[in-house]
Design a protein around this ligand. Structure first.
Ligand code: ADP
Length: 399
């Protein structure tokens, strides 16, 4: 079975064609500058097939972008499938499912309406996801489509974890609550962790650390998300590449008054100019910060230390929330690659049974146990694969 996975943004669209039964990736790529001039990238994963790198393809709308994807996939010379009939289903990444979607769903008219109703919760993302779905429906009539939500995995959180201490009517009338994001990633790596440890997920207490440009930490008890660090929006939680993470809301009014900022300017500061970028004044990329610190720039070191400290505090609080922890997972750009940050985050946690194996930890981007054999809590490095998770959910729903 082949599943086309689509992640549509307002002016870009990422795609992968996968076989979820084998986990094989057939091709992947990217459409960029949709509605502007159109750049198309296609990377077949089969030997002897040529790739296309940011070639000009007119893409006035997402329809032309999807058309370019399908043309490339079935191209007689460099395609990876014989015809469109070999695409059995399409899995769409949708950012926000609100409280309506606790699971992935097969898309029909009613589901489309419900996704649209979640638009106010993710005004930058959901409308683009919907455009991507509609473009696929127009070009691939009759092919089953599935929506996989970033928020769905976290719908198992109890009220004590998802409520904000605001007047209750803002939850009832305005849907203000913690939703959490990166759910597809946290779900994938926690399932893989259970498989790696050979223990049913129902018996495991897991803390999943998705540490990338955007970062979130999730407590997964018995396979269910019970708390997560991102909130009503992805601005909450640990500090990130350019996002501030949790902060005292009083600071917002104080700075707006002192500097005469509009709310848009303030949000740009919180979303785009804060985090490790804001602290270091150097970069949002942790690799740059590591080398800047080696060159003697103290604030680069402070930024990384603040990030590691923030993640460590979340691990401690989620262990307390679950009454223990069996496994800690590191994933995404920083979690998969930064030997030193994994070590820094885990090294203060000996008191709760976390003992790292410094040699095993000297590795990048592979599934491996990086705790010592006698560590009570297992520490795992698991590369995330959101596209495979989307393809698996899609297969399971359309089969
Ligand atoms: P996104 O949230 O955009 O999906 P990724 O999960 O791809 O982000 O993570 C990107 C981040 O991973 C980069 O900003 C970079 O800081 C970090 N990263 C990648 N490789 C390394 C490395 N070798 N050491 C430290 N950080 C790394």
């Amino acid at each position: 079975m082949n599943v086309l996975v689509i992640n549509a943004g307002s002016s870009s669209l990422k795609y992968q064609l996968l076989n979820p039964e084998t986990g094989d990736l057939l091709a992947k790529g990217l459409c960029e500058r949709i509605g502007i001039d159109g750049k198309f990238t296609y990377k077949p994963q089969i030997e002897d097939k040529a790739k296309l790198d940011a070639v000009d393809v007119a893409m006035p709308t997402h329809n032309e972008a999807i058309k370019a994807v399908l043309d490339a996939l079935v191209d007689p010379k460099n395609g990876v499938i014989g015809s469109m009939k070999e695409i059995d289903a399409v899995g769409h990444r949708v950012v926000h499912g609100g409280e309506k979607f606790a699971k992935s769903v097969v898309i029909n008219d009613e589901v489309m309406k419900a996704i649209e109703e979640c638009n106010p919760l993710a005004p930058l993302h959901n409308p683009a996801n919907i455009i991507g779905i509609k473009a696929c429906q127009a070009l691939m009539p009759g092919v089953p489509m599935v929506a996989v939500f970033d928020t769905a995995f976290h719908q198992t959180m109890p009220p004590v974890a998802y409520m904000y201490a605001l007047p209750y009517e803002y939850y009832e009338n305005d849907k203000v609550r913690r939703y959490g994001f990166h759910g597809t990633s946290h779900k994938y790596v926690s399932q893989r962790a259970a498989e790696m440890l050979g223990t049913p997920i129902e018996k495991l207490k897991i803390i999943s650390c998705h540490l990338g440009n955007g970062s979130s930490v999730t407590a997964v008890d018995g396979g269910k998300s019970v708390d997560t660090s991102m909130g009503f929006t992805p601005l909450a939680g640990v500090l990130m590449g350019t996002r501030a993470g949790d902060l005292d809301a009083g600071i917002i009014q104080y700075l707006m008054e002192r500097h005469g900022y509009t709310i848009e300017e303030m949000l740009t500061i919180l979303n785009k100019k804060s985090g490790v970028q804001g602290i270091s004044g150097i970069s949002s990329d942790f690799r740059d910060l590591e080398s800047a610190f080696k060159d003697g720039i103290e604030r680069a070191g402070l930024a990384v230390d603040m990030f590691n400290y923030g993640v460590k505090k979340l691990i401690g609080s989620y262990a307390a929330a679950m009454g223990g922890v069996d496994a800690i997972i590191f994933t995404a750009g920083v979690g998969e690659n930064s030997v030193s940050q994994r070590m820094a985050i885990a090294s203060g946690l000996q008191f709760m049974g976390v003992k790292m194996d410094p040699e095993a930890n000297k590795i990048r981007g592979r599934e491996v146990v990086i705790s010592a054999p006698d560590s009570k809590v297992k520490v795992l490095l698991i590369p995330t694969n959101e596209e495979l998770m989307i393809a698996l959910d899609t297969m399971n729903l359309v089969k």
